[in-house]
Design a protein around this ligand. Structure first.
Ligand code: NAD
Ligand code: UDP
Length: 315
């Protein structure tokens, strides 16, 4: 099959391209490098079934030839990135989603939206299941991301209802692994970068807020299954193991083999207090659940970044 992937030079997008190519599909990869990196797809350039196009998906574009599926992942995803690019983030969720839905409609292709647990905002229901409507500050600093994704979900459902498009919506919870940008500000690369320098790790607030971290290979498996499923309503994808950020910082020190050194910095505005996916639906409709433990995932991620640093030092 032939797939168009937006956000292909990003962290999740590039891993998803690897999977699609590995399964024998053809990929037309789109990215404007707003937050992604050429390095993430360097190994795919030149592959006979992989074609990269530098394209801002908020601008009109078309794709020649058959298209069987459209996967829309293009959007800043790290709080640091979307706070720096709020308008681009809103455009990626609105104009970008519209352009990619139109592309799917014109080609009679299936469509997958990479949505987010941020649709639940600072949740009042715990753990979060897909039936929860969320608790989002519509005018706070994170609203450019949260509302953009909520709008993208609404637009996706409208295309399904009006045109009968085969749409799927993944509500992705915190995912980590190789190819994240070490300086993208998200907690996993931030802690790893700090740990590789020997610490200290900088915890925002008192560290009592929680997150649940999913390793990239598990996420790609979930997204791949969802792409071919008949489920039209959102599906949570994430690892239900919940930790406080302070516990997580200690854990990173342990896995990195460094003494525990933790410093504290102010908690960003509207930082969600708790986040844990209820994945009963993913288990039921996709037969999916994460299999990589936090220890194993962190070990692999640390190894990747250690090697990357050693490489950079050599040059
Ligand atoms: P990322 O920043 O690594 O990747 C996003 C990619 O989209 C980048 O390569 C960026 O250059 C590209 N992009 C942004 N705007 C674009 C535009 N207008 N046109 C073309 N390309 C554009 O982030 P990620 O972690 O890989 O996230 C991928 C998707 O998954 C995003 O939609 C994000 O909202 C969603 N998601 C990720 C997580 C996570 O924990 N990683 C959690 C929830 C949702
Ligand atoms: N965080 C932290 N130190 C950092 C980066 C983030 O303590 O260097 C905290 C942040 O306040 C949040 C959690 O870690 O509570 C996860 O943050 P991230 O930016 O990874 O993503 P979020 O889940 O907030 O979208």
């Amino acid at each position: 099959m032939r797939f168009v992937v937006s956000g292909a030079a990003g962290f999740i997008g590039s891993h998803l391209c690897d999977r699609l190519i590995g399964e024998g599909h053809e990929v037309v990869a789109l990215d404007n490098f707003l937050t992604g990196s050429r390095r993430n797809i360097a190994h795919l350039l030149g592959h006979a079934r992989f074609c990269f196009r530098e394209q801002d998906v908020t601008q009109p574009f078309s794709v020649d030839g058959a298209v069987d599926g459209v996967l829309h992942l293009a959007s800043p995803a790290s709080p640091k990135d979307y706070l720096e690019h709020p308008i681009e983030t809103l455009d990626a969720g609105s104009l970008g989603t519209r352009n990619l839905l139109e592309l799917a409609r014109r080609h009679g292709a299936r469509f997958l939206l990479a949505s987010t647990s941020e649709c639940y905002g600072d949740p009042l229901e715990h753990p979060q299941s897909e039936t929860y409507w969320g608790h989002v500050n519509p005018v706070g600093p994170r609203s450019c991301y949260d509302e953009s994704k909520r709008f993208a979900e609404a637009l996706t459902m409208a295309y399904h209802r009006v045109f009968g498009l085969r749409t799927t919506i993944a509500r992705i919870f915190n995912t980590y692994g190789p190819r994240m940008q070490l300086d993208d500000g998200r907690v996993v690369p931030a802690f790893i970068e700090q740990a590789l320098r020997g610490g200290p790790l900088v915890v925002y607030g008192d560290g009592s807020q929680t997150r649940s971290f999913c390793y990239i290979s598990d996420m790609v498996e979930g997204l791949y299954r969802l792409l071919f499923s008949d489920e039209r309503y959102p599906v949570n994808l994430g690892n239900p193991r919940e930790l406080t950020i302070l516990e997580f910082a200690r854990y990173v020190c342990q896995v990195a083999g460094i003494p525990e050194r933790i410093e504290y910095a102010p908690l960003p505005e509207d930082d969600p207090k708790r986040r844990q996916p209820d994945i009963a639906k993913a288990r039921r409709v996709l037969g999916w659940e994460p299999v990589v433990s936090l220890e194993e995932g962190l070990r692999r991620t640390l190894e990747h970044f250690r090697a990357q640093r050693a490489d950079a030092d050599e040059r």
